[in-house]
Design a protein around this ligand. Structure first.
Ligand code: ZN
Ligand code: ZN
Length: 123
């Protein structure tokens, strides 16, 4: 594995959220300052194809990447772009309705708790 590829993979694995290519690029640049965004994109694509990370398509925004490989859905906040995992009981409900799933893409758009709070105070 090349040094760049390794750095990109560990940037995704270290991340607590669901980073996009720009966030990963900023992290990798701390160790490899000359790395280009193109290299980041190419490697992220390959890592996702090989099943080492997951790519999450986000409506109207950049793809995000996930270190968690077990099937789970995501909630995307259209106001701030926050991506979070759906609670486990949603996955459990899907599996009890459909049987064991190899994989699925489930992305829900909803306002996150933080944005809801802000609204409450400004209205
Ligand atoms: Zn939000
Ligand atoms: Zn996730």
């Amino acid at each position: 594995m090349s040094r760049q590829r390794e750095a990109i993979l560990s940037a995704v694995r270290e991340s607590c959220c669901h980073p996009d290519a720009d966030m990963i690029c900023a992290r990798v640049k701390e160790d490899i300052p000359h790395v280009s965004l193109g290299t980041i994109y190419r490697n992220l694509g390959k890592l996702a194809e090989e099943g080492l990370i997951r790519r999450i398509a986000v409506p109207f925004a950049a793809d995000r990447f996930d270190k968690t490989l077990t099937p789970h859905g995501h909630a995307v906040c259209p106001a701030c772009g926050d991506v979070s995992d759906l609670p486990e009981h949603i996955s459990n409900a899907l599996e009890s309705a459909l049987g064991e799933c190899i994989s699925y893409e489930l992305t829900v758009r909803r306002e996150c708790e933080e944005c809801k709070k802000i609204k409450k105070y400004t209205v």
